[in-house]
Design a protein around this ligand. Structure first.
Ligand code: PBG
Length: 330
């Protein structure tokens, strides 16, 4: 239909007051859209700042329950756990990944005991436990796929056993969704959801995260043989298709802001629950510029988060979750 020409069409009519802007707003952002990533470390009573992520801390397990209560009070439905593993526990066989008493599993139990309604999401990948920093086993200098999948299954089962509601494989090995789904069904965990990091790109924006979990020093080489090439988009659709057919309930696009086109294509094509991970480097960029007085940090935070909703995402995994929820709650 052709548009009425000026002056019949004046788009500024619906922008002239806050109330009119409210009325025509196409997308909304609420605390219910957020998954809050939390970094864990050993010890007691510890909240230790992550230098490359101003405002983010690593918490000992005893303080995680309190964080969960605060998140719940803010209306944040889900927390995602990332452990900073003591270097002495990193090995070539990554056995700490499926230790029932590892940091992630202890934190899951602590949150579920304190706030049973809180959705706990856990991360499946070997990098926090791997002596060489990779997401999979390294054999003769190569990150091997099929042997890694066997380990990821053990890790996922230990997380389900600890009470995780959503398991998030972020490792990018082929075949892991089907293998984990089969093991969960066989192991008596038919109701544990899988949020697959289907489209995870080999990105420079993960730098601060690797500092936060202590993987930067350990990582040998890059992750380009398993994480995606930032040049590709059709491949993301094929990966989402594959993961949904293997039993994923929800899918993740990661990083977020540089990949909003992927979010939109995935949502339009599959209509599945679709999430973006606004990663550590995106957070650090906004916080760094704000600290320098170069941008308004709060406005940039809210604008970036609304961008994910506009791009079709059902939710966002973001370090901004508590700050944004506080603003939204007024
Ligand atoms: C790896 C993993 C990464 C992130 C979470 N899990 C990236 C990587 O090291 O490849 C990055 C998250 C972020 O940057 O915030 N399993």
């Amino acid at each position: 239909m052709p548009l009425a020409p000026f002056p019949d069409a004046r788009f500024r009519r619906t922008r002239k007051s806050a109330a009119l802007r409210d009325l025509v707003r196409e997308n909304t952002l609420t605390p219910g859209d957020f998954i809050w990533p939390i970094f864990l470390r050993d010890g007691e009573g510890i909240e230790e700042p992550v230098p490359s992520m101003p405002g983010v801390v690593r918490r000992s397990v005893d303080l995680v329950a309190q964080a969960a209560r605060e998140a719940h009070a803010l209306g944040i439905p889900a927390i995602c756990l990332f452990p900073y593993t003591d270097p002495s526990l990193k090995t070539e066989d990554c056995a700490e990944a499926w230790n029932p008493e590892n940091l992630s599993n202890r934190a899951t139990r602590a949150i579920k005991a304190a706030v049973p309604e809180m959705v706990v999401m856990t991360d499946v990948a070997l990098d926090p436990y791997n002596i060489n920093g990779h997401d999979g086993f390294v054999v003769d200098g190569e990150v091997v796929n099929d042997a890694t999948v066997g380990a990821l299954v053990k890790q996922a089962l230990s997380q389900a056993e600890a009470g995780a509601d959503i398991i998030g494989p972020s490792d990018m090995m082929d075949g892991r969704i089907g293998a984990i789904r089969g093991a969960l069904e066989a192991g008596g965990f038919p109701n544990v959801a899988l949020l697959s990091y289907s489209a995870k790109y080999a990105s420079a924006f993960y730098g601060p995260f690797r500092d936060a979990v202590g993987a930067s020093g350990a990582l040998k080489g890059d992750k380009k043989t398993y994480q995606m090439d930032p040049a590709n988009s059709d491949e993301a659709l094929r990966l989402v298709d594959r993961d949904l057919s293997e039993g994923a309930d929800m899918v993740m696009i990661k990083p977020g802001m540089p990949y909003l086109d992927i979010c939109r294509r995935v949502k339009d094509r599959f209509g599945a629950p679709t999430y973006a991970y606004q990663v550590s480097g995106e957070y650090a960029m906004i916080q760094g510029a704000a600290q320098n007085g170069w941008i308004d940090g709060e406005q940039a935070m809210m604008e970036s988060l609304m961008g994910f909703k506009r791009a079709g995402c059902d939710g966002v995994l973001t370090y901004f979750a508590p700050a944004a929820a506080r603003l939204l709650n007024g």
